[in-house]
Write a new protein. Structure first.
Length: 198
């Protein structure tokens, strides 16, 4: 990444630029599907630049995954907030957003789960576990506001639907995966509310 004459080097900006460039490449090719030399060529940096800013390819991978988790969590939280106050609408918004993602031509499944499956490194597994915890927190919060007797249980069931739909969309067919999961999620939510009303 050449620096224009007279400008200063900003390590944080360079690091962010590398993260932005590496994210789609690692998502498309997989963490172990591309070596350091090819990765550097694809994102337009030298190996020395990568090592200066991240130390190792593994550290770059961890930074990419953490940044992706942050983006996905914010994206879904924004979808929930935009849906209004009704928990059913909020839950529907989660699955609507996921369904749109499944239909994107570059969709390859959940980058975090893919990473944990491909790259059996404790740091990657820990980032993936935290990512799933963030999903679980969002879904459990919706379940609690819906009045579920056991919000954590319903949140976990909803998380299984989210991840199951994502796997089906990535490895079988994206057609209808989000919508089918949405309907199942709303059925679970409705059953939790019905049980509470008895």
């Amino acid at each position: 990444m050449p620096v224009a004459k007279g400008s200063t080097i900003d390590p944080e900006r360079t690091r962010a630029t590398i993260l932005d460039a590496a994210t789609p490449v690692l998502y498309e090719r997989g963490l172990d599907g591309i070596g350091v030399a090819e990765l550097c060529t694809r994102i337009g940096i030298s190996k020395e630049t990568l090592y200066r800013h991240f130390g190792t390819k593994d550290a770059l991978v961890e930074a990419v995954l953490q940044a992706r988790s942050d983006r996905v969590t914010s994206w879904l939280a924004d979808a929930v907030a935009a849906a209004g106050d009704d928990p059913a609408d909020q839950l529907g918004a989660v699955f609507d957003a996921l369904g749109q993602w499944y239909d994107e031509p570059v969709f390859r499944g959940c980058a975090l789960l893919n990473a944990a499956a491909q790259h059996h490194v404790e740091a990657v597994r820990a980032i993936t576990a935290r990512h799933l915890d963030r999903y679980l927190d969002l879904l459990t919060d919706i379940a609690g506001r819906a009045g579920a007797a056991d919000p954590h249980l319903l949140g976990r069931q909803l998380l299984i639907l989210v991840e199951g739909a994502t796997v089906v969309a990535a490895h079988h067919s994206p057609a209808g995966a989000g919508d089918h999961a949405r309907r199942a999620a709303l059925t679970l939510l409705s059953a939790a509310r019905t049980t509470l009303d008895r």
